[in-house]
Design a protein around this ligand. Sequence first.
Ligand SMILES: [Zn+2]
Length: 268
Amino acid sequence: MEHETVTGLVAKAVSSRDADRYLTILTAEQGKIECYAKGIRNQKSKLAATAGLLTLGEYKLFRSRDRYILTSGKPIELFYGIRADVARYACAAHMIEIALDVMPPAQQFTEALQTLLNSLHMLAHRGAPPEFVARVFEIRILALSGFAPMLDRCSACGRPLADGERRFFSMYGYGLICGGESCLAAAGKNAMPISGGAVKALAHVAECEPGDIFRFKLSDGVLRELSAAVPEYMKHHFGKAYERLDEAERYRSFEQEAAYIISRRGII
Ligand SMILES: [Zn+2]
């Protein structure tokens, strides 16, 4: 039995008994760990204020064999700018769900955690659009997980591709496809035309230094291309659809519809 201190982000909370919860914390020191937070739902609990969802903090844990009990916490960052906005919160939930899937239990994956924290920082403090942050996060996580799309040659025939030529992106393949008939036929309907700007953006995010992933500019058109290609590519390679962002869209359209109905009735 021993005491340990970790720095990490509270990523998931599952209720247990009345006032207790199991928390999953993404830590720098030990990767993804689960710990028991006794009494965290009590109003007077100090843990309630220091170990809530989406809180980055320093946490003291009591370890007994392979079980952890959270004993105290000190918040470092509460990401208030994210909590106040539905679209930002949905984007954070989306990225956290992906991070929970790619970070193995009790094993460091420092770059994935750093990518998540950088992305949350962009959402909370830099006013970056959630759709942009989500795409950058997804591309980088795909690259860190060994699924970086092939961008310098055709992923079907292997022919090197020049910047100016017509290229396609294969969502269910391994990256770019040349305009060759047999390559396009093999990729089928899942190959979409892709611009040079989108290829440059993919290459930058997948290959740059960790601190530079957001240091580039993107046009609305290129962002639309990435939004058509990257989530589908991720769904295929990770074998799972991530739908938290769509939930935010549904919620937002519901909000707009409600506001419209209320205004038509002359209530506001
Ligand atoms: Zn080809």
